[in-house]
Write a protein that binds this ligand. Structure first.
Ligand code: CA
Length: 231
């Protein structure tokens, strides 16, 4: 049974979410005070957190930041009355996986929870499997020797660039978020920013793409991340 933590100070919303999630078969913990919610997030092994952005004692963004600082890899869906793009972007940058604007329907919340949990399961599976080699068009990649070739030309990729490329290939055809990559390749070890990911992608494109400015393999998906694809 998946355990969901709901951090929400509006009592009727908290109760409504808890009742419905229980009815859907989730194990639910509810917290109405931010610092208690954070303590539960850090102390209990929860599978997902529904986090209100506006709490009286601390903001949802601060809670999000604290959780990521402790290197706890738990998906977070932010709940908010604000629909300002800047809040959304800040939340996603801080590691929130999704964002729901109030007022919402419970069915929407449940659908989003299931979608995020599915995505996490795919991500965890890709994280565990090691790819040995891969070929696309005239490119050959050997992930054991960390060597890549375009025809007879040896491509210049660092070990970490190989790891980023490997993760993209394992999730071919799917949108990979910057946070997915931070989690799998960097593990939040040195607090790289999402900008770091963009720089890595730019360097990989320079090696594998015929026209790095107009990529055919590593595509940018606006507002979401990147997608690796080939015929
Ligand atoms: Ca609130």
């Amino acid at each position: 049974m998946k355990k969901v933590l709901v951090i929400e100070d509006e009592k009727n919303i908290l109760k409504g979410l808890m009742d419905n999630l229980k009815a859907e078969g989730f194990d639910v913990i509810g917290e109405s005070i931010g610092k208690n919610g954070l303590a539960t997030a850090l102390g209990e092994n929860v599978d997902l957190i529904l986090l209100d952005l506006m709490l009286p004692d601390m903001s949802g963004l601060d809670i999000c930041r604290e959780i990521k600082k402790k290197k706890i890899s738990v998906p977070i869906i932010m709940l908010t009355a604000k629909s300002k793009e800047s809040d959304k972007i800040l939340g996603l940058e801080l590691g929130a996986d999704d964002y729901i604007t109030k007022p919402f329907s419970v069915n929407e919340v449940i659908a989003r929870i299931r979608a995020v949990l599915r995505r996490v399961a795919v991500h965890d599976k890709a994280k565990k499997e090691k790819l040995e080699n891969y070929e696309f068009d005239d490119i050959k990649v050997d992930f054991v020797k960390y060597e890549a070739w375009r025809g007879k030309k040896l491509l210049k990729l660092s070990k970490r660039e190989f790891e980023v490329l490997e993760y993209f290939i394992k999730r071919k055809g799917e949108v990979v978020t910057r946070n997915d990559l931070l989690d799998v390749v960097w593990g939040y070890e040195t607090f790289p920013t999402t900008r770091t990911v963009d720089n890595f992608v730019a360097r990989i494109r320079k090696q594998i793409e015929k026209k790095p400015a107009d990529p055919q393999y590593l595509l940018s998906i606006r507002g979401a991340g990147y997608k690796f694809t080939h015929d």
